[in-house]
Design a protein around this ligand. Sequence first.
Ligand SMILES: *Cc1c(COP(=O)(O)O)cnc(C)c1O
Length: 403
Amino acid sequence: MPGSTRIAEKLARSKQKPIPYGRQDITAADIEAVAAVLRSDYLTQGPLVPRFEQAIAEFAGAKHAVASNSATSSLHLACLALGVGPGDRVWTSPVTFVASANCARYCGAEVDFVDIDPRSYNMSANVLAEKLAIAERNGKLPKVVIPVHLAGQPANMEAIHALGKQYGFSIIEDASHAIGGRYRGEPIGNCRYSDVTVFSFHPVKIITTGEGGMALTNDPVLARRMARLNSHGITRDPAEMAALSDGPWYYEQLELGYNYRLTELQAALGLSQFNRLEDYVSKRHTIAARYDELLRDLPVVTPWRDERDYSGFHLYVIRLKLDEISSTHREVFDKLRSAGILVNLHYIPVYRQPDFAQYSFDRADYPEAERYYAEAISLPLFPTLTEADQDYVVGQIRDACGQ
Ligand SMILES: *Cc1c(COP(=O)(O)O)cnc(C)c1O
């Protein structure tokens, strides 16, 4: 592209709003759905939360769903319901949001990380197998393993599930990025290869409730346990009670739970958004395919897909081929940010966080996560991203890479 065109474009661009890496899409129907709840009798604990749970459970092909005020809460509930406690070990991917690891720490368990696969950026099933063999010899097997479907691309669930059977650990899928995606032709969330699957409805994710999350399972006991812990550990079901009911006001707290409930306002927004879920994911695929094409001759690695699967495409992560670029990763990132492109990096490997220093993780144990962290950039990807914005993003990458 000639330099003058580039400058003109930059000038025109400077009058426009910055392009975020992700953003929600709120329609008039969404607003009306929330307003209708405000005019109704129930702002919380009304009919819409169970309706939202049922809609997502049916869509994903799971028997039960428990909605919470965040995926972080859902992950915590899943760990508690699986009996995670002090002395237990929980393993997850280092390339994830901190919540995938913190859920175990809330329960007093120890967290460890399994290095990523260099192609999918998800927990490597091979590294997991090696680490399990060592852990078995040392008597330190994990109680729960939490694979994360990074960017919406499913982790190698068949292999992880088989290892779960062999070594006796439970599995929680952190599918915060992956609602609407499919693994081996089946919807993510059906828990064929896991005990619990968790979705997030944070505004940058695929559909939103403002804040919100959901835990899906096929196990009625886990479902019941998560639902109870979601609301103070309280039951109103006489069949679960320790004593006989004192009267119609009676309820029992059976264990120490939380107030992690989703509100009716949020469920209304979620149900309204859910109507557009498949459309959103397919738009994300269209945008991703266009990025693939536009970036083809640039010194970047574009996201790998497994042909058998269908990503939720929460993120479009590129990796810079730094040996073919004169700028550093940081310089490319800064140039894009200063051009109004709010690129991001998903994620800082969790073991690098200062709050995890107390566990003395060694970066050298995670060579693939370290390499990823040195090269990755998340480009803007959301359903309302325009082709003009996309062209601008790719033009700026071309410039920043000195091509
Ligand atoms: C967003 C996210 C979470 C936490 O979701 P919240 O709904 O914000 O609590 C957990 N894990 C991953 C991988 C996420 O991206």
